[in-house]
Ligand binder design. Structure first.
Ligand code: OGA
Ligand code: NI
Length: 390
């Protein structure tokens, strides 16, 4: 008995380092498979991999006040329909002040048929309900792949993972990328392509309004409008600009206070059009506080990205935002990120640079951004900071 015991002990001792490695590896790859998978397998506690350092947890402000009461924010509302009518000048003023003060606004009366929007949410939801093996076909570590299924923020770099899975769809040029998009759910390509075209149109109309609000172009309906300017040419370039659609899936999380769905970040492009379902979670930084954006039915949350901050020479702000998770409900959002063509450098618009407002940013392009994020962990506003001229 004693001998057998000893043998067993030494065998265990001899095995344990190897087994420990194996277990760690299993755990690591389990996390690479995403949070939807974890949730499906049923967990009652957040694994260590997702636990943020105390100061980065969602309910602690930078002043270390615990149990801060929840702050909800009503963002400025821009009525897209009104923007196209006789009140355009007033709406442009609201647009300018929203972009300067919040970096965010809610777009209502946007004119995209409600079934196009609800179909996008539905097909996105269905994608994440597919068997894991089907979803896993689209996993890729190639940042430029036309379709990429993954988890966290940057799963190759993040030390602490966040509670999000995503499906990224490159949308331009659509005929080239469409055959690479998921073939199931069966209507995914069709519905997502329709949605992508509609949001692209909205983006183009919004950029026209934004250029007008910055005083860069005259109203296209203005009788005084004579010749095509350099800025009109830039507006035309957006038609061939980059577009990336990200379907975000935030499954219920057993301990939402310990982690985040997305860490504080800014978006890289000119504008992001975000569609969120009725479950709240998005928070933006406003007057040094994290405030929750209340979902409004049939609207888009639109935010200024790094490229627009650079292009406007700092007038319009690319604002930090993050996502909270909750223990009760799945949350789905679809972010549509738009910019100029991939290789086109972006710098401050010459018309917005003068003696009083010297050039505040270096020129940059999307390719340099991709290189930037693949080479290091994106932390807060690092990218924008790296473009600043001091
Ligand atoms: C994003 C983003 C917010 C959300 O995709 O960049 O900020 O509510 N999403 O999912
Ligand atoms: Ni974002």
């Amino acid at each position: 008995m004693e001998i057998r015991f000893k043998i067993r002990v030494s065998a265990t001792l001899a095995m344990s380092p190897a087994m420990a490695v194996l277990t760690t590896e299993n755990k690591e790859s389990q996390y690479q498979n995403g949070v939807k998978r974890l949730h499906e397998n049923g967990i009652s506690k957040v694994p260590n991999k997702y636990i943020l350092p105390v100061l980065e947890r969602p309910n602690i402000t930078k002043h270390q006040e615990a149990n801060v009461t929840k702050n909800n924010l009503k963002l400025p509302i821009i009525d897209f329909h009104e923007l196209q009518g006789p009140n355009r000048p007033q709406v442009l003023e609201s647009l300018a002040s929203a972009c300067e003060q919040y970096g965010f606004f809610q777009l209502v009366n946007h004119g995209i048929p409600s079934d196009v929007v609800s179909n996008m949410i539905d097909v996105g939801t269905k994608f994440f309900e597919l068997p894991f093996e089907e979803r896993a076909k689209y996993m890729s570590s190639d940042m430029r792949a036309p379709v990429r299924y993954g988890t966290s923020f940057n799963q190759n770099k993040d030390r602490v993972f966040c509670w999000r899975d995503f499906l990224k769809l490159v949308c331009h040029p659509l005929p080239d990328v469409l055959p690479h998009w998921p073939s199931s759910p069966v209507d995914m390509r069709n519905l997502a392509a329709t949605y992508a075209k509609e949001t692209k149109y909205l983006f183009l109309m919004l950029m026209e309004a934004i250029f007008e609000s910055l005083g860069l172009v005259e109203s296209s309906s203005s009788p005084a409008k004579k010749k095509t300017t350099e800025e009109d040419e830039v507006l035309k370039e957006f038609e061939d600009g980059s577009q990336l659609m990200v379907v975000n899936c935030y499954p219920p999380c057993p301990q939402p206070d310990l982690t985040l769905g997305m860490p504080p970040h800014s978006d890289y492009g000119f504008l992001t059009l975000l569609l969120q379902d009725e479950v709240e979670g998005l928070q933006i930084q406003f007057q040094d506080e994290w405030v929750t954006v209340e979902p409004i039915a049939n609207s888009f949350v639109v935010n200024v990205g790094d490229h627009l901050e650079i292009f406007s020479n700092g007038k319009y702000k690319s604002v930090l935002h993050r996502v909270l998770v909750n223990s009760r409900k799945d949350r789905i959002s679809v972010a549509s990120l738009h910019s100029l063509p991939f290789m086109r450098p972006v710098g401050p618009s010459p018309k917005l640079v003068d003696e009083l407002n010297p050039k505040r940013y270096k020129d940059t392009d999307f390719a340099s951004f991709i290189e930037y994020i693949s080479s290091r962990e994106p932390k807060k506003k690092n990218f924008l900071e790296s473009r600043k001229l001091t």
